[in-house]
Design a protein around this ligand. Sequence first.
Ligand code: PMV
Length: 308
Amino acid sequence: MVKVVSHPSLAFVKYWGFIDERLFLPLNPSIAMNLDGFYTTVEVEPSDKDEFYLNGTRLGGKLEEKPRKLMEFMRERYGVGHYRVYSESNIPTGTGIASSSASMSALAAAVLWEEGIKLDTRELSTVARVGSGSAARSVPGNYSEWLYGETHEDSYARVVFPKDYWDLRVVTFIISKEHKKVSSWEGHKKAGDYNMVRVKEAWKNWWLARTALEKRDIEMLGRVIVDEMNGLMAVAISSDIIYFEPKTLEVLREVNSHRGDHLYPTMDAGPTVHVITTKEGEGIAKAIAEELGVEYVISRCGDGVRRV
Ligand code: PMV
């Protein structure tokens, strides 16, 4: 049995809203790093129907919508069979840690590799994208960008800088392990007119983030990261979705008072706060988490999807 591991992709510049719901083609390019502190492994076993297990528990209902969608796509395009899918993960699902980017990229790779179908990274990234948009970026991993494209083939992610190019650290504040009430899939669909303001900003921020990475300019990158978080949260609120928990706000206030120490917070579709920082800032972020009594995980930039 092939065993595959993948990490979640944390976006500096966010994907939110699509031009095609079946293929998950986004409205703007995005840029991200894989988090090596979190992982999902996937092993697949041929079966007469698809079944999904996460940490020993069978998934049902909404939790199996994304893997089912991906399996159907792979069946249609590559003629893959049915599988019993066993995943193990240390990522709390549905809390804003992009668990589906790790799980869908690992699922795509595990099934295709088990079938002996070897795609290049670009094509594998397009397939993973159909399970969960952000999974496109988990496939190449490292510091990656997901390019804007209006067809399935053109909407793919690639490495923009290797993980060793810059030793950034991410301290993830795990505020709650409860699954969010509105899934990111529904969130993308609910994004209304106000999202177009964010999309315009995101195009600009994509270039700024690329430049900041190239120059290893933490202040420049930090401004983009915070701007993108604020834009996403504003769009969510304008669609009646509130991801903040009281503890989220407490963490944000404290982290924001340490801007001079290069602590830059970001959030995805959930209450989790990720603080992107340098090696020096890591200890300060850690101390804040301990002071506020919040569980945390530290990551560096991680590899793309691979066999273990
Ligand atoms: O891949 P999805 O459908 O879970 O959407 C991810 C959306 C964000 O995490 C909020 C942003 C991003 O680019 O990862």
